[in-house]
Design a protein around this ligand. Structure first.
Ligand code: NIG
Ligand code: FE
Length: 404
C-alpha cells in the first residue's frame, strides 16, 4: 500500500530528467499530461502520469482540478543577511548608480556592517521569514551564499546560519562561499582576496561551491581566475557573479574554469554566449536584478538558448539589487523581458536550476523526492502571465502537505 495519491490533476507538468542541463531547443520541450495522478510512498514518487486504477493509497490530496508541477528550484540567493537598504531607493532616484553606492562604502558594504553586528539567532530568525515566503511561493530547493561577513568569523557565521536553515525547514539547500563579494574599506584587493582564498580549507565543511563577484571596482578577471583555480584545487566547483554591469569577460572565465554556473551575464560578450553551448556551465539569469537596478538592457537569454546554451532563472534575493523572494515574479519578467517561452521558463526554474546547483530535484520520476506544488492556475502559461501574486495553492514536501 502506498502512502499518498494526488488526485484530480488537470495538467501535470513533467520536466525531463537528464544527466546534464537542457540546452538550446531542448529547453522548449516540456511533457504535460492531462487528467493525471501522482502516487507517493515514503516521501518519494512511485508514479506520476496519466490517471490509472492500478495504485492503492492510504490518503489522498485533492488537486481540485488544478495544475501540478515539481516544486521550484531557486539556484541563486543571498538569503542570510542583516538589515535592509531601503534608503538606497532615494539615492537611485537621484541617479547614483549601484557601483557608485558601493564605492562610497554603501551597498554590499552597508549590509556587511549590519550582518557583522547581527547574532547567529538574529540572522537565522530573519532568514527564516524569507525562507517561509519562498516555500509558500512553491520553492523547496534553495542555494544560499555567504559574502556579507568578509572576515573569518562572520563568513563562518553566515554559512552556519545557512546550514541551520536547512535543518529547520523541509528544503534541500546548497551553500556557497562568497568571501570575495566586496573589498572592505581601507583594504587592498589582492591582499583581501588572499585572506578569503586562505579560508577555503576551513569553509569546505560548510560550503558546496566557491563564488566571486567579478566586476569593475571589485575583482578583476585575473584576480578571479586565481581564486577559482585555488578553489578548484581544493575540490570546489566554482560559481561566478559575471558581467552583471560591465563586460569584463566573466562568462569566458567561467567556461574556462568549468564553473557549474555563471550568474547575471547581462553584459556577456557574443563570444562568451557562443561558447556556452559546448560547456558544462549553466547561465543563471537574474532579470529581477536588472529590473530592480532600473536598467533597460536585459541578459540575452534568446541569444544564449538559440545558440545551444543552458539557461536557468533565479531571484538573486538580496537586500540591495533584487529585493524579492518570489520566484514566480522572475518567471514573469523572463517572459516579458528575456522573451523566453513558457516551456523554457518552467525548465529554467526546475531541472536547469537543479543542475546549476548540483541538486537532484525538479523532476517527478519514480524515486524522486515528492516535492510538489499544486498551482491555482488554468494552465502552465498562466503563472508567468499573471504577475506579482502567489499562485501556489498547495505545497507538498517529501509527500507531506506543508502549506495550503
Ligand atoms: O548578485 N552583485 C553582487 N552581489 C549581489 C548583490 C548584493 C547586494 O547588493 O547586497 C547580486 O546582485
Ligand atoms: Fe547575487
Amino acid at each position: 500500500m502506498n502512502d499518498v495519491m494526488i488526485t484530480n490533476i488537470k495538467s501535470l507538468i513533467l520536466p525531463k530528467k537528464t544527466d546534464g542541463p537542457l540546452k538550446g531547443k531542448e529547453m522548449d520541450e516540456l511533457n504535460i499530461v492531462d487528467d493525471a495522478i501522482v502516487v507517493i510512498k515514503d516521501g518519494k514518487i512511485v508514479y506520476a502520469g496519466a490517471k490509472t486504477d492500478e495504485y492503492e493509497t492510504k490518503e489522498t490530496i485533492d488537486a481540485e482540478g488544478k495544475i501540478v508541477s515539481p516544486a521550484l528550484v531557486e539556484p541563486h540567493t543571498h538569503i542570510v543577511h542583516g538589515g535592509s537598504r531601503e534608503h538606497e531607493m532615494s539615492l537611485k532616484r537621484q541617479g547614483v548608480d549601484y557601483l557608485t553606492i558601493l564605492e562610497q562604502g554603501g551597498g554590499i558594504l552597508n549590509t556587511v556592517e549590519q550582518t557583522q553586528k547581527a547574532s547567529f539567532d538574529e540572522l537565522l530568525n530573519k532568514a527564516s521569514v524569507n525562507m517561509t515566503r519562498m516555500i509558500q511561493h512553491g520553492v523547496l530547493t534553495v542555494e544560499s551564499k555567504s559574502g556579507y561577513g568578509l572576515d573569518r568569523e562572520n563568513e563562518l557565521k553566515q554559512l552556519k546560519v545557512s546550514k541551520a536553515l536547512e535543518d529547520k525547514f523541509p528544503v534541500l539547500m546548497r551553500h556557497t562561499f562568497l568571501g570575495p563579494h566586496a573589498i572592505p574599506k581601507g583594504r587592498e584587493a589582492e591582499e583581501f582576496l588572499q585572506e578569503m582564498t586562505d579560508l577555503l580549507d576551513e569553509v569546505k565543511d560548510y560550503a558546496d561551491f566557491a563564488d566571486i563577484f567579478t566586476e569593475t571596482g571589485v575583482f578583476s578577471v585575473d584576480q578571479s581566475r586565481k581564486y577559482m583555480e585555488a578553489a578548484r584545487e581544493k575540490g570546489f566547483r566554482v560559481k561566478i557573479h559575471a558581467d552583471e554591469i560591465d563586460p569584463l569577460g566573466g562568462l569566458e572565465l567561467a567556461i574556462e574554469q568549468d564553473a557549474i554556473s555563471a550568474d547575471h551575464l547581462v553584459a556577456a560578450s557574443e563570444e562568451g554566449k557562443k561558447q556556452l553551448a559546448d560547456s558544462n556551465t549553466v547561465a543563471v539569469l537574474l532579470p529581477g536584478t536588472t529590473f530592480y537596478l532600473g536598467k533597460n538592457e536585459f541578459a540575452d537569454a534568446r541569444g544564449m538558448i538559440d545558440q545551444g546554451g543552458a539557461v536557468s532563472l533565479a531571484t538573486d534575493y538580496n537586500p540591495g539589487s533584487c529585493v524579492t523572494d518570489n520566484l514566480q515574479m522572475i518567471m514573469a519578467i523572463a517572459a516579458l523581458k528575456l522573451k523566453m517561452t513558457p516551456n523554457e521558463i518552467w525548465n529554467a526554474v526546475t531541472v536547469n536550476a537543479a543542475h546549476a546547483i548540483d541538486a537532484d530535484r525538479g523532476t517527478l520520476e519514480p524515486g524522486d523526492a515528492a516535492n510538489i506544488v499544486v498551482w491555482d492556475a488554468p494552465n502552465h502559461e498562466y503563472i508567468p502571465y499573471h504577475y506579482g501574486v502567489n499562485h501556489a495553492y498547495k505545497v507538498i514536501a517529501d509527500g507531506k502537505l506543508i502549506f495550503e
